[in-house]
Design a protein around this ligand. Structure first.
Ligand code: ZN
Ligand code: FE
Ligand code: FE
Ligand code: ZN
Length: 269
């Protein structure tokens, strides 16, 4: 059967301690919506006490493999196993060693901290008040460029995450600070995801903004689609809007990763 919507390449499991639902149910939801497939990309473990409350333990990875494989086994849809790995200064040492033997389909690279500040965490959002917004965004995009330079990741997760609670510099400033970061992303051969979870946040806008997506398109950067589902009902959420945005921007294809190799598929619908 022809899929109605693209693969969902960004979904979580309960192992990260802040998501609910059964992986099997996520897959069933994807199937019901007519998605081309889905990929679990739960939060990767980290060391040195980095944000342990929001990720699986290193020792839990085997269970992750088990639950994703079980969900795949009784699914008519292609189900991938990826990971969302944080980038932060110092993350490279662990990931360089940890990622290669894991046999993952895709590695999303995400930045959730600026200098120890969990800027997208609701419990730390108050710090946006009194913060130099443009300066924070600038630091963030510097991290994006550094992340790309590590060559450890396949896809940039939620490219303009700092806008989550509505704090955003002018388009001109964003364009100027994102340009070198996107150059680095293109240079690294990474894709950028269209992440619909922003629509569920105070900003009420997908990541990235139409402007940033256009900048990615101009650089030949491929896209993936992700719901960032932390609950069953969020799988494939607002994918019709994401597909519309991709098309308006000029995209006719999207990237699918298996065994960390990329193929390009026609955007369905
Ligand atoms: Zn999460
Ligand atoms: Fe994330
Ligand atoms: Fe996520
Ligand atoms: Zn995420």
């Amino acid at each position: 059967m022809n899929p109605r919507l693209p693969e969902d390449t960004h979904t979580h499991t309960y192992l990260c301690k802040h998501a609910g639902g059964e992986p099997r149910e996520y897959v069933r939801r994807a199937e019901k919506l007519g998605l081309a497939g889905m990929v679990f990309t739960d939060h990767a473990p980290a060391r040195d006490g980095y944000d342990p409350k929001n990720r699986m333990e290193e020792a839990e990875f085997q269970e992750y493999v088990r639950i994703v494989s079980a969900a795949r086994d009784d699914s008519p849809l292609p189900v991938g196993m990826g990971i969302e790995a944080d980038f932060y200064p110092g993350s490279t040492a662990f990931l360089t060693e940890w990622l290669p033997p894991r046999r993952l389909d895709v590695v999303l690279g995400s930045i959730h901290y600026i200098a120890g500040w969990g800027f997208d965490n609701p419990t730390e959002a108050h710090r946006w008040d009194g913060t130099d917004v443009e300066g924070a965004w600038r630091s963030y995009f510097t991290l994006v460029a550094q992340m790309a330079a590590t060559r450890l990741y396949d896809v940039v997760g939620h490219l303009d995450l700092p806008k989550k609670f509505g704090h955003r510099p002018s388009d001109m400033a964003v364009c100027e600070m994102a340009a070198p970061a996107l150059d680095a992303v293109a240079e690294a051969g990474m894709a950028v995801e269209i992440n619909t979870s922003g629509l569920r946040r105070p900003v009420r806008e997908m990541y990235p903004s139409p402007m940033l997506l256009r900048m990615a398109f101009e650089r030949g950067i491929p896209v993936t689609f992700g719901s960032d589902a932390h609950m069953t009902e969020q799988v494939g959420m607002d994918f019709d809007k994401a597909v519309a945005l991709a098309r308006e921007t000029g995209y006719t294809q999207y990237a699918v990763h298996r065994g960390r190799k990329r193929s390009m598929e026609t955007i369905p619908g």
